[in-house]
Every structure is written in C-alpha cells, then in structure tokens.
Design a binder for this molecule. Structure first.
Ligand code: IYR
Length: 224
C-alpha cells in the first residue's frame, strides 16, 4: 500500500479554559455586529486586504481536500459595470417580470431589495466565488469533486467572517441565474458561480432593515 506522509500537529496552541471562554464570548459578540449592507461608499480598499480575506477563505475545509473553489476579485470599473448591467437584466426578470413569484417576493419584501444594483459599481471590490463541479488533472482528465456546494458554502462563510473581522462590510448578492459571470470573468464551464460578495465601506448614510437573530434556544439544542 502507498505510504502517505504525515506530520505532527504543530499549529495548535492550547489555551486555558477561562481564556477560551472569554475568547468565545468576544468572538460571538463581534459576530453579532455584522450586518449585511446594501449602501456602499466608493472609497477604495487596498488590494492586499482583499488578498488576505481570500487567503482566509481558502483555508476552509473541503471534501477530500479538493479545495473546489476559485475567487475572482474585481475592482476594474469597466468590468464592474458589465457585471451590473448583466445582473440588473436578470433582476428585472426576477422582480418585474414575475420570475420570482408572489411567495418569494413576499418573503423578501422586508429587506427592501429591488432590481437596481448600484452597489455593483459603487463598491470598490466584488469577490465572485466559483465552485468547481469537477477538477481537471495535468492530462486534462476530469477529477470527481466531492461535497462541492458544502465546501464552497463553508469557504464563503469564512470569507464573510474575514471581511467583517478586517473592519469592512459585505453583501451576499446572488442574481439568478448568474451564468453571465463565467463569460464576463472568463471562467471555464466546469466552474459554477455561487455568489458575488460585494465588499467595501458602508455609505455614510447607510441604513439596514430592522431584523433580529433567532434566539439561542431556537437555533440550538444541547444534549448533555
Ligand atoms: N437575487 C435577488 C433577490 C434576493 C433573493 C434573496 I433569497 C435575498 O435574501 C435577497 C435578494 C437580489 O439580489 O435582489
């Protein structure tokens, strides 16, 4: 049988329980402050911050460690405009031409979204997340990927967390369908777009809807 090399776990640092408790509280509190924002400032954000939030997302666990993701970070104004034009065309179908249906539009109403997506041009960065339905090896052969949606979902959560931790705001934007992103961003057919993460500073007059988070006893059950 083939030997697979292993290394000692050298990155783990054990902390005293009291310190872990304090850190867990602090982090959960910090995460409560994250809000999805739709009103963005056009102030620029240095590229290295975007590189590092992607680096954080790329550390996510994935099925068979296949890391079935690709992140395209767009700050180019012409490309952002192209994305906005294509996304708004899809969103007009969704909101105005009844692709969504009454039930879906009803569920969304309190968020105040519509077919206008100015943030796709205003915000300094769009991080477009692609998931690879399969991989391609050196000989051009297909490699089956496992748990792609789950893996990409985990990476997207870490990306959103990293953006928040860095001190910026984001919007998870999912025009549907978003196949147009493959064409505009020249990504291969086997990569499916999952999300446009809009990243930047909030506009000075940014507002957010009045919504609440479900209570602990609703989202969790402890069996101890
Ligand atoms: N893609 C549309 C609609 C939309 C759908 C859901 I579910 C949301 O939580 C928010 C919006 C849009 O981006 O407006």
């Amino acid at each position: 049988m083939k030997e697979h090399p292993r290394l000692p776990l050298a990155t783990y640092v054990e902390r005293p329980v009291a310190e872990m408790q304090a850190r867990a509280i602090k982090f959960a509190d910090r995460m409560q402050l994250r809000r999805t924002v739709r009103d963005f400032s056009n102030r620029p954000i240095p590229r290295d911050i975007i590189e590092n939030v992607i680096r954080a997302a790329g550390s996510a666990p994935s099925g068979a460690n296949q890391q079935p993701w690709h992140f395209v970070a767009v700050s180019n104004a012409d490309v952002k405009r192209e994305i906005r034009i294509a996304a708004e065309a899809e969103e007009r179908e969704f909101y105005l031409n009844r692709r969504a249906g009454d039930e879906w539009l009803g569920a969304l109403a309190h968020l105040g979204t519509d077919e206008h997506k100015p943030f796709l041009e205003t915000a300094p960065w769009l991080i477009v997340v692609f998931g690879q339905r399969y991989g391609i090896d050196e000989n051009g052969e297909r490699i089956k990927h496992y748990y792609t949606p789950e893996s990409v979902g985990i990476a997207m959560g870490m990306l959103i967390t990293a953006v928040h931790h860095a001190g910026l705001v984001s919007l998870t934007h999912t025009p549907a369908p978003m196949k147009f992103l493959n064409e505009i961003l020249k990504r291969p057919e086997h990569e499916a777009p999952y999300l446009i993460l809009v990243v930047g500073y909030p506009a000075e007059d940014a507002t957010v809807p009045v919504i609440s988070r479900k209570a602990m006893d609703v989202i969790s059950t402890f069996v101890d």
